[in-house]
Design a binder for this molecule. Structure first.
Ligand code: C2R
Length: 168
């Protein structure tokens, strides 16, 4: 059994070539005080590791899994098949790719019974995956709820300031 350091969120990606985009997910989690487990695991290239990781995730203290991949992005679905922890799928633009449409469809179009909560393609999705993971954890964590309220309020202020600067 592969043992993970105890952290409520794991960020898994299919290749080290995905790290550049997924850095924004990790950074967003850190801004909420969450240091995730980060792994490179592929349902295609390291299927045994993918199985073991998903099967042991709950026992290892993980509460939410974020799975990112490009091209034929089966990673999130393959993990979802092996755990009932919530899985957030991040479709990435692969190289060579179809602008991320390939990964989007292969992540979002899960058969009924095995859901993957799929976010937007690329960097926006990477960031939203982190925020969605925090929102899930915040259901049981008042401190995270407070941090989320602050985050939303700062975000609103930023947009209001930009709006005001246009009419100034
Ligand atoms: N879609 C998957 C899976 C999987 O779904 O298991 N494993 C790797 N990949 C993706 O292949 C793309 C090209 O990978 P390389 O850059 O390593 O050739 C990456 O975007 C990766 O997420």
């Amino acid at each position: 059994m592969v043992s993970e350091k105890t952290t409520p969120v794991a960020v898994v990606m299919g290749s080290d070539s995905d790290l550049n985009v997924m850095e924004s997910c990790v950074e967003q989690l850190r801004q909420f005080g969450i240091e995730p487990t980060v792994r490179i695991i592929s349902a295609h290239r390291t299927p045994q590791v993918a199985c073991e990781f998903a099967e042991n995730a709950e026992a290892n203290g993980i509460k939410v899994l974020i799975a990112a991949a490009g091209m034929a992005a089966h990673l999130a679905g393959a993990l979802a098949a092996r755990t009932s922890l919530p899985i957030i799928g991040v479709p990435l633009v692969g190289e060579p790719g179809l602008g991320g449409m390939d990964a989007l469809l292969s992540t979002v179009q899960m058969p009924p019974g095995v859901p993957v909560a799929t976010v937007a393609v690329g960097k926006a999705g990477a960031k939203n995956a982190a925020i969605l993971a925090v929102q899930i954890l915040a259901l049981q964590d008042a401190d995270l709820r407070r941090k989320l309220a602050e985050f939303r309020s700062k975000q609103e202020q930023m947009v209001r300031q930009k709006d005001a600067s246009l009419s100034a």
